[in-house]
Design a protein around this ligand. Sequence first.
Ligand code: ZN
Length: 154
Amino acid sequence: MMGVALSNQAVCIACGSANRVPADKPAAAAKCGRCAAPLGLDRPAEVNDAQLALLLEKSTGLILVDVWAPWCGPCRAMAPQFATAAGALAGKARLVKLNADQSQMVQSLGVSGIPALILFRDGRIVDRKAGLIKADALTAWVGGHLTNSGKPAI
Ligand code: ZN
């Protein structure tokens, strides 16, 4: 698969249905075609293992997962940075948060410390970073992957 997608397929976290999100419509206003819930593409969504598995299975495009925990200071410090990046990347990448304390999936994702950031394209891991990262660095990192769609996944 080569080239630039004209629309991304975004899964509704409320009902699990896949929605086509046209590139020329504002991502922040996108709603689910089935249940009318806002898709929330401009802000981080909290997901559990089942929701993340569904997102990775049904979504196309970039999904950035922030693995965090409530007791982790750097994770809490990164939360506003992650939220800012979600706004900047609205319609380009989906940013979600996975609570490591409530996840069995973190082991299979190869997470050894938190905060951990795992970037997926079309459900496959393409890159990862560890530790606290500022919003602009995060946005630039993910943005770099938008233009690298011909590169093979790691
Ligand atoms: Zn829905």
